[in-house]
Design a protein around this ligand. Sequence first.
Ligand code: PMP
Length: 402
Amino acid sequence: MSEKQRGEVYLDNAATAKKHPNAINAEAHFYREINANPLRGLYKKSVQAKTGVDEARKAVLELVKADKSYTVIFSRGATEALNMVANGLIKDTDGFGVITRGAKIVVDIESHHSNILPWKQRYKEIIIAKNMDARELFAADVVSLTGVSNVTGKCFLKRIETVRRTCPKAILGVDGAQMVGHVPFNITRLGVDFMAFSGHKFGAPMGIGGLIIKKELAEKLRPLNYGGGAVDAVSEDGEPIFAEIPERLEAGTMPVGAIFGLKSAVKVAKERIEDLGAIDRFDETTTGRFIREAVDDLRKIKGVKVLAANNLIITFQVKGVHPHDVAQVLAEDNVMVRAGWLCAEPFLRYKGWGPVIRASFMEDSDSFYIKALVDAVSKVRAKMGLEDNKKRKNVRRNSNRS
Ligand code: PMP
């Protein structure tokens, strides 16, 4: 039965996107037909597994238009990728790393917690930049920026370009969790040194994402995990001989089924992005127009304040009702949205918004979703007794008068 037949309205795609059927089939195919470890394949299935992993890596690089100077290190997702780079860059006696713990790290105020904490917990100085001005960026060693905000849906490609020009020497990174697989861009032209992404945010299975990174930088990264598959030789007392990148940074058995799913989701995303041509054109697509209509309709509902609406995201509040209560009331109508701090507490505090409600769509969301959202939101205040209370007050006032 389809989601629509079940009457379900899933609008939390920014938390995890609906999975593309091709991606689910590709993952199932791997486990049904192959199910071998891609390490040192001495038999056909192992070679097939390894080939699939190599093809997925290539597909990701093509998706973001990376030239030969880049590679992909697979990880569980954007969070692990950002931890990998934040941890791996610190210089130590093991010979890895390029900066000290005292390095100046700059992230933007729009950052998700996953682009703040990996740095904040490991370095002495982290600036959460509000203006991206010369003072904030001066002598930055690393600048790690949001690609697309998970709160506002805003895309920051222009900011990335500007920072690259302002800080030509800094290591420039992007948290691409909401950007990769959705937005057309050319990582080579942007001159970005690393970009984290999560497959599950654009139709691939959960548990697979990665770090798209300049090979030169990846060579210097300390592995986040040590173990099998990442070394060429281990002796009882000598230093291990590490494998080449990317394998050196991918110790242990990878979620290969998810990687097959990722390859398939990347193919779908690539076709969609090529059709889209440029991010500015999203509003002109059918879904883009539906979303703009939803924003107009939401704005007409008494007590609803739309705080941000860009691309696939609408963020709003309902006067007098806590966002968690709004989400629960919407859930009664099977409308599923995210509510709270959205893992971006510094940003929501900076904006003075506090907790919010976020509806997030897919590129193919149609009027069914828009209508269901608007209908459910229009009932919230009444369901919470706010409209009724007012009526009751009027009744009381009238009765006093009589
Ligand atoms: N950055 C942003 C902007 C996100 O939206 C998310 C997911 N909410 C992450 C990072 C973390 O991604 P993951 O949970 O897949 O590691």
